[in-house]
Design a binder for this molecule. Structure first.
Ligand SMILES: Cc1cc2nc3c(=O)[nH]c(=O)nc-3n(C[C@H](O)[C@H](O)[C@H](O)COP(=O)(O)OP(=O)(O)OC[C@H]3O[C@@H](n4cnc5c(N)ncnc54)[C@H](O)[C@@H]3O)c2cc1C
Length: 465
């Protein structure tokens, strides 16, 4: 019997444990344990219905073209329960000089948009003539965007987009690690416009529809009661192997595998031997856990930063709002110097988010742009959100509902040098067979990245392809 510990029960750890649990049904040689420090499963995923409003602690949606996360939903029988975003959610906006501009959805609206000057638009088109970059260089997103698309496109499009996805700083983030596909497209086709036409042509030949330039390809999806629906099904499936309120504080070599120090709330710490270990905690807690095993791995992991984010939900009476909320919401370029990163019009994106006659907004505050703001008091965060909603959207009604979630370590940041750090960790990990790291540590942002890396780690630890 091989005894396997999965540490951390966010979506990554749950996906790893689910994979091992399934494999153990084919192979009764596997004895799987899932350890979670908190008193609930799901990590950053938690959906709560408060006063009829659906509040998401962390993530609020998935992209339906991401195979790992959608594959997991399908295995859980959630395929028919997928809630598609409303059609109008294709309309995304960028704030410029206190005015919301819709992001172009096609060539016609690209030329018509007031978001950029004529010269800025022509500079984007000139991307087609830009020379290919150095394939070996680990470039920042800012360097890449300025080189290929120009300063204005960087300021008005890329900078807010990076904030929307990573709450990150594009002057430090690595293009290769954050957007490996974009790097590949430049290398393969010589540029983004060339790649876009080539891929559109290939899709057309296959008879497929392509996503518009404004949004990511693929559709945004969730579930009626939020992403919590995924967690609830995994929690039920894995209840016999789950250990809540149980923190792993140290991993050392022991027996033919590893000795884990297990601290369960209300019990004395104990050392227990496992043959295999899959670590699915956030990266920032790994150095403490691994320092007795490998100073080198702990030191490299300790170099990977996180951005803090606060999520403020505001609920309104629709008739008081005087705003149509017709779309997905908006992001804000850094040069606008606002105190929010963006605002999602949650109840316009998905059904079942607010009671009848009410609307729900979700504002993101902090990130690498203004980390200190993410950590101010809840009352101050609500004040900031209300002030910004008034300035950016002209809504000065009193909200009928508010809710705040604060994340000191919200989203992992893949800065330039991340690939080299990851490679050094992976090389060092080879000295420790049967010990694997899942989740977002090595790249692959978001739920899909965490699920894919964790399933791969679970399989690798028992030598399954
Ligand atoms: C505000 C916000 C919005 C986001 N929006 C999106 C989105 O819309 N779409 C998307 O795809 N992604 C989004 N993300 C990112 C997404 O939430 C993460 O990529 C994903 O949830 C990470 O899952 P995980 O399992 O790797 O980590 P986590 O969810 O952090 O889970 C790790 C678990 O490990 C446990 N743990 C920690 N230390 C120990 C220990 N020593 N022993 C045992 N257990 C331990 C923790 O308690 C936790 O439960 C968002 C994140 C945030 C914060």
């Amino acid at each position: 019997m091989r005894k396997i510990a999965v540490i951390g029960a966010g979506i990554g750890g749950l996906a790893a444990a689910h994979t091992l649990n399934q494999l153990s049904q084919e192979n009764d040689e596997l004895d799987v344990y899932l350890f979670e420090a908190a008193d609930r499963l799901g990590g950053k995923i938690m959906s709560e219905r408060k006063n009829g409003f659906l509040c998401e602690y962390g993530p609020n949606s998935l992209l339906d073209n991401r195979p790992a996360a959608m594959g997991l939903c399908e295995e859980l029988g959630l395929k028919d329960k997928v809630l598609r975003s409303n059609d109008s959610a294709r309309k995304r906006f960028i704030l410029s000089k206190n005015k919301l501009h819709q992001l172009p959805e096609g060539p016609g609206s690209f030329f018509g948009t007031g978001l950029m000057s004529i010269s800025g638009k022509l500079r984007i088109i000139a991307e087609i003539w830009q020379a290919k970059g150095d394939p070996e260089k680990d470039e920042t997103i800012q360097e890449f965007a300025r080189r290929r698309l120009g300063d204005e496109a960087y300021n008005m499009l890329l900078d807010p987009m990076i904030t929307g996805i990573f709450a990150g700083d594009p002057t430090r983030m690595s293009l290769k690690t954050c957007f490996p596909r974009i790097h590949e497209l430049e290398m393969q086709y010589g540029g983004l416009i060339k790649a876009m036409f080539k891929l559109m042509w290939e899709k057309k030949k296959r008879g497929e529809k392509s996503g518009g330039p404004a949004g990511p390809s693929g559709s945004i999806v969730a579930f009626n009661e939020g992403l919590q629906e995924i967690i609830d099904l995994l929690a039920e499936e894995l209840k016999d192997i789950t250990h809540l309120n149980t923190r792993i504080t140290s991993i050392k070599k022991g027996g033919i595998g590893y000795s884990l120090t297990i601290e369960k709330v209300g019990s004395a710490a104990e050392e227990v031997l496992f043959d295999k270990v899959v670590i699915c905690t956030p990266t920032h807690v790994m150095p403490m856990m691994l320092k007795d095993l490998s100073e080198k791995i702990a030191c490299e992991l300790g170099k990977i930063p996180y951005a803090p984010v606060a999520v403020v939900a505001l609920g309104y009476d629709k008739k008081e709002m005087k705003h149509p909320l017709d779309g997905f919401g908006f992001l804000i370029p850094g040069k606008e110097k606002r105190d929010i990163l963006g605002c999602l019009w949650t109840s316009s994106i998905f059904a079942h988010r607010a009671p009848d006659g009410k609307a729900l907004l979700r504002l993101m505050i902090g990130g690498m742009r203004s980390p200190e703001l993410a950590l101010v008091s809840e009352a101050e965060l609500v004040d900031i959100a209300r002030r910004e909603v008034k300035i950016t959207m002209g809504i000065d009604a009193t909200p009928v509902f508010s809710n705040v979630y604060k994340h000191e370590t919200a989203i992992i940041q893949f800065h330039v040098g991340h690939e080299a750090i990851s490679n050094r960790i992976k090389d060092e990990l080879k000295k420790f067979p049967g010990l694997e790291i899942g989740c977002n540590s090595f790249g692959g942002i978001g739920i899909d990245g965490a699920v894919k890396a964790s399933i791969d780690a679970a399989k690798a630890c028992i030598g399954v392809e």
